[in-house]
Write a protein that binds this ligand. Structure first.
Ligand code: SAH
Ligand code: SF4
Length: 389
């Protein structure tokens, strides 16, 4: 692997090599100008990275030798490291990925007919602590860099050798629905979504790149100025009293404020036919009753949306239960009768625990365990060293 640290000529001073993987086109162009090169080099290098999956400057045959050497001295193309990969019987593939500093995140690819949706993480953990979310239970560790976010798309395509066959259609859709709250890592998420939609990178249509938020309203207002990605709002409750319990950020930005911001977001888009996806995790006995469905139908009356129902995925530290199939159908029917377009997210990759947050939960546990072993071993060494002196 390319080393992260370079020694700047003459001074002996150590400088960090710029990871080019996460730079959107204007930033990559600026990088080339800054190192005294022509702007058009940015498109060439961007295509090598994101169309061909090349990470070694030596393989970039349309760059002269001098430029390749210069780049090797000051830059790198470094995707995050895969810790484990799991394939489900139903075709779902899930990766645990180690990012700089040792945190772990997950990425899931869910093929479905002609489509394949990649579920991408934006943070290690999450600070918002929604009551039903295993990522929230881990607390917040850190934001992912843009290279680590777009690197998940890169890794998914690379793992099918699809760069080599020029078949980057391995990923047709991306949803920012892995670990973390994307709007709390605004700049890096916007930069990586730009790369997803950029023709010289992945060229995925703006309708097929979706940001999901639990409702960080000021950031959503700001997003409307800079992004054309599709929007999903994690609502989960039809009234503020219940939503305050499930999604604590609701106390700061209640439902009416959130829905208004979401409406402004789609109003700001040039494509006027767009709607917001309302996500609603159904939790048995908590928010899945007939009256909740009626209240939701009333709340969203006149709001341009479709509704995605997600039966709760159970995990160890939670007492919540997944509702029965009947309860889900009953909820669905009320909304359909009220005229909504409603989908129910089927659980995929059950045999590899590909449901929200679970694989990482296991890996984190294992890492914690090995961390304990490491500490215990160090303690033993210290004691041994102490005894020796
Ligand atoms: N932070 C963002 C995106 C990541 S969560 C958000 O909250 O929207 C992606 C989706 O999975 C959200 O709708 C979230 O509410 C849902 N989710 C989280 N934990 C879940 C669980 N245990 N069961 C079902 N859905 C869950
Ligand atoms: Fe964070 Fe989203 Fe989980 Fe809430 S549901 S804790 S916002 S990742």
């Amino acid at each position: 692997m390319t080393s992260v640290i370079a020694t700047s000529e003459g001074t002996g001073q150590q400088v960090e090599k710029t990871n080019l993987l996460g730079l959107p086109l204007p930033a990559l162009e600026q990088f080339f100008l800054d190192i005294g090169e022509k702007k058009f080099r940015a498109v060439q290098v961007m295509k090598w990275m994101h169309h061909h999956g090349v990470t070694d400057f030596e393989e970039m045959t349309n760059l002269g030798k001098a430029l390749r050497e210069k780049l090797a001295g000051c830059a790198q193309i470094r995707p995050p490291e895969i810790v484990s990969q799991h394939d489900s019987n139903d075709g779902t593939r899930k990766w645990a990925i180690r990012v700089d500093g040792g945190g772990l995140v997950e990425t899931v690819l869910i093929p479905d007919g002609n489509r394949a949706t990649l579920c991408v993480s934006s943070q290690v953990g999450c600070s918002l602590d929604c009551s039903f979310c295993s990522t929230g239970k881990q607390g917040f560790m850190r934001d992912l860099s843009a290279a680590e976010i777009i690197g998940q798309v890169w890794l998914a395509i690379d793992s099918y050798d699809a760069f080599q066959t020029s078949n980057s259609r391995v990923v047709t859709n991306v949803v920012m629905m892995g670990m973390g709250e994307p709007l709390l890592n605004f700049d890096n998420v916007v930069a990586s979504m730009d790369l997803m939609m950029e023709d010289n990178a992945y060229g995925i249509s703006k309708r097929r790149v979706t940001l999901s938020t639990s409702g960080v309203v000021p950031a959503l207002d700001a997003l409307a100025q800079v992004s054309e990605a599709s929007l999903a709002v994690s609502l989960h409750a039809p009234n503020d009293a219940l939503r305050n319990e499930l999604v604590p950020i609701n106390k700061k930005y209640p439902i009416s404020v959130l829905l208004e911001s979401a409406r402004n977001y789609i109003d700001a888009q040039s494509d006027k036919k767009r709607v917001v996806t309302i996500e609603y995790t159904l939790i048995a006995g908590v928010n899945d009753q007939r009256e909740h469905a009626h209240e939701l139908a009333e709340l969203l009356k006149d709001f341009p949306c479709k509704i995605n129902l997600i039966p709760f995925n159970t995990f160890d530290q939670s007492d919540y239960q997944r509702p029965s199939g009947n309860a889900v159908s009953r909820f669905w029917q009320v909304l359909v009768d009220a005229g909504y377009i409603v989908t129910v997210r089927t659980t995929r990759g059950d045999d590899i625990d590909a449901a929200c947050g679970q694989l990482v939960g296991q890996v984190v546990d294992r890492t914690r365990r090995s961390e304990r072993y490491r500490q215990a071993a160090e303690q033993n060494n210290d004691q041994a060293a102490g005894q020796a002196t």
